[in-house]
Design a protein around this ligand. Sequence first.
Ligand SMILES: Cc1ncc(COP(=O)(O)O)c(C=O)c1O
Length: 410
Amino acid sequence: MKDYGPIGQYRERAHGYFAFPKLEGEIGNHMKFRGKDVIVWSLNNYLGLANHPEVRKTDADAALKFGLAAPMGARMMSGNSNYHEQLERELAQFVMKEDTALLNYGYQGMVSIIDALCSRHDVIVYDAESHACIIDGVRLHPGQRYVFKHNDVEDLEKQLHRATTVVKKQKAGGILVITEGVFGMAGDQGKLREIAALKNKYQFRLLVDDAHGFGTLGKTGAGAGEEQGVQDKIDLYFSTFAKSMASIGAFIAGDRNIVDYIRYNIRSQIFAKSLPMPLVLGNLKRLELLRNHPELKAKLWSNALKLQDGLKSKGFDIGRTDSVVTPVFMKGDVPEASAMVTDLRENYGIFCSIVVYPVIPKGNIIYRLIPTAVHTDEDIQRTLHAFEETKKKLDAGAYRQETIPDMAEA
Ligand SMILES: Cc1ncc(COP(=O)(O)O)c(C=O)c1O
């Protein structure tokens, strides 16, 4: 009871403000926070589909027609429908794979995919900065695992060498390499092309979590694999619907026999109720819009580049992002970071997320900005101005204080 964890320790001052804030109003570039208008940069509503009129109508009509209950039961038992299978077929075609299995949530889905695919003799090799769903899936693995330094292909090769030795010695098992299409904190793409090239030298299969790449990268929006010209080298392609699709659910795509194996062995789906019909119909509509309206992705990128170029020209460090995720790296401790966030929210009307220790090393702060297709030029200019002014205050020590401001709800 003494240890509430790294963020929980601040809960009495932070709850409802720095943690568990309540954004109100229609999802979009402008929302209300504690009664004030704010420009929102913290929602993964990349293509602006959350409030697209056709999406809202489909969601509402499907809820009216089917309710949230249908279909009842797990897919395998009694919870399947033609719509579920239609969505799987359309997704497979869109990401250029033979088959797709739907997942209720990305996080649970990924944990369970890793669990289903890997048995005792298999070896997992994964990127050090992988999302928690990958890390937690690896935790379930009863066999060997090796981690490679983030996006470091030389280190990956070292780990592949070790993994190959293990498999040879056991005379059993295979190697699964897991990485991401876009790393959600720093915005850098996984080096999929270089990783895929190692398939000429080592025998492994490649699983890619492309949560942030799906819908935002590639000529058609099929993601980081398409962007880097190696979609066919990705054995298993995964994405959630929680970002570009502005919904709930996820999918895994690949060769028919592997997807079928997953379908019949994935515990998070077999032992859980299937996706409710409004989500399935809503996701079909979102996929249709994502496919047929490339101008949404173009607008997203135009906004992202304006924001990123603006920040760079004002001397901000945005690291190595080559996606729309826009991190702003600064120096300071947790109280300073939270004082600056308070200033941004209260006096400039800017709402963005902050990442601090222990997620990143002590003394560093990342302000994470997520541009969308619905942001305007004025939003970008106001934000650049606010960042310029607050950075000056940060550098001058104006936010220095003992502890975080007390912003908890009364
Ligand atoms: C890289 C990555 N993988 C998986 C997930 C989890 O997806 P879901 O929200 O559908 O559980 C997320 C966050 O949504 C993510 O950013």
